[in-house]
Design a protein around this ligand. Structure first.
Ligand SMILES: Nc1ncnc2c1ncn2[C@@H]1O[C@H](COP(=O)(O)OP(=O)(O)OP(=O)(O)O)[C@@H](O)[C@H]1O
Length: 380
């Protein structure tokens, strides 16, 4: 898929700007503080419901404004592969791609959204429509941070490639909220039994989906890691389900931990505590990765997710690379961009100037310059 239009209103320093990216490589340049990252943040917000720099209420809305607005138009490949031109040489309507559009207004507390002209009930519906994979200076948390970004990573992938996952995830989240509320009010008995059963009913298949997804990512990740950071040795990924799954069912684990959960007021076992671990044949553990290696490992994981998405859905997600030159050295910049241009993915890159790895690529690139709160197309 590729974004054809991105409008931002009252987002960080931008009052009202519009960007028309091209399907291939797009470079967004500007001085420090010009607003380059904010452009990618807007796209990320539509695709994830949050910025990669935190929540909307943490400063995304322009000072003095009540709410921000993001509007995105993109082209999506049709689900059925068919020639764009018929046997008699005429264009086949609808097969060249499906135009889609989404709008989001967010005040930090309240939001409203529209998708293809209709109102959406859940922010997740917007996020499931537009697929963006972002690599930014904070992406290393996928490797060096706590479990939450790694769970989000798995769930984002599953929202996009597994249609049965989102309803299951909603069921589990609702049951977890209800169970925690009961635990806090110290209520036990039949009601708690019922929510335990619901948690187990949703949590077991949810875990199977996550485990299968991580297994499916592994070949992509291992090949990318070998290409980007061969010194760390073969990479492996291991799912950690959030309870001792090899010994007992989730229903049994919930029952076993009930007294402890009643004392603490929250559910201590289950897929909401899941994680996945990374191991490397050439290193004792992820703690031994250098900062640069941690970034490359995170990038391998993110690109693996994009590759897997492309294999499943028949088209690439949009790839956003924030401040590429400060994240990767020239050789790695070039390697990554070669891969992405070879796959015909739409790529949006930010930088104070053209990253050396992009200049060395000699591929066609559309350049946009951000200055004084405006975005303008510039000469390549
Ligand atoms: N809520 C806000 N209201 C108004 N202006 C804001 C708000 N939040 C951030 N800004 C300003 O918007 C700009 C955001 O810049 P952004 O981080 O997108 O720039 P950048 O071009 O990526 O910078 P750098 O190269 O330094 O990373 C900064 O000038 C910042 O001071």
């Amino acid at each position: 898929m590729h974004v054809t239009r991105l409008d931002l209103r009252n987002l960080r320093r931008f009052e009202d700007v519009s960007l028309r990216p091209t399907p291939g490589l797009n470079l967004i340049t500007g001085e420090n503080g010009a607003g380059k990252t904010s452009v990618l943040e807007a796209l990320h917000l539509m695709a994830y419901g949050r910025s990669f720099r935190g929540r909307v209420r943490d400063g995304l809305v322009r000072a003095g404004s009540a709410a921000l607005e993001v509007f995105v138009e993109w082209m999506e490949r049709p689900a059925i592969a068919a020639p764009a031109v018929s046997a008699i040489g005429e264009a086949v309507p609808g097969y060249a791609g499906r135009p889609r559009k989404a709008g989001l207004r967010h005040s930090g507390q309240d939001w409203s959204g529209r998708l293809d002209g209709g109102a959406v009930a859940h922010l997740g519906d917007l996020c499931a429509a537009l697929a963006v994979v972002s690599f930014d200076p904070g992406s290393h948390v996928l490797v060096s941070g706590g479990g939450e970004p790694r769970r989000r990573y798995l769930d984002w992938g599953l929202f996009h490639v597994e249609p049965d996952f989102l309803p299951l995830w909603r069921r589990y989240s609702r049951a977890l909220r209800q169970r925690n509320a009961l635990l806090k009010s110290r209520a036990g008995g039949a009601l708690l039994d019922a929510w335990d059963a619901e948690l187990a009913d949703a949590g077991e298949p949810l875990t199977r989906f996550r485990q299968a997804y991580l297994d499916a990512l592994l070949p992509h990740y291992a090949a990318l890691l070998h290409d980007l950071a061969p010194a760390v040795g073969a990479g492996a990924l291991h799912y950690v389900p959030g309870w001792r799954r090899e010994e007992m069912s989730l229903a049994d684990a919930l029952l076993l931990n009930r007294d402890r959960d009643l004392a603490s007021g929250h559910t201590s076992v289950g897929p909401h505590r899941a994680d996945w671990a990374l191991s490397f044949a050439g290193l004792p553990g992820r703690e031994a990765l250098s900062r640069g290696q941690a970034k490359l490992t995170a990038l391998a994981a993110l690109l693996a997710q994009a590759e897997h998405y492309a294999a499943q859905r028949g088209e690439w997600p949009v790839v956003a690379l924030d401040d590429l030159a400060s994240e990767l050295d020239r050789r790695h910049q070039q390697r990554v961009l070669e891969r992405l241009t070879g796959c015909r993915a739409q790529v949006l890159i930010t930088g104070t100037e053209c990253p050396p790895g992009l200049a060395a690529l000699q591929a066609p690139v559309s350049v946009f310059h951000v200055e004084h709160g405006q975005i303008a197309a510039a000469d390549p």
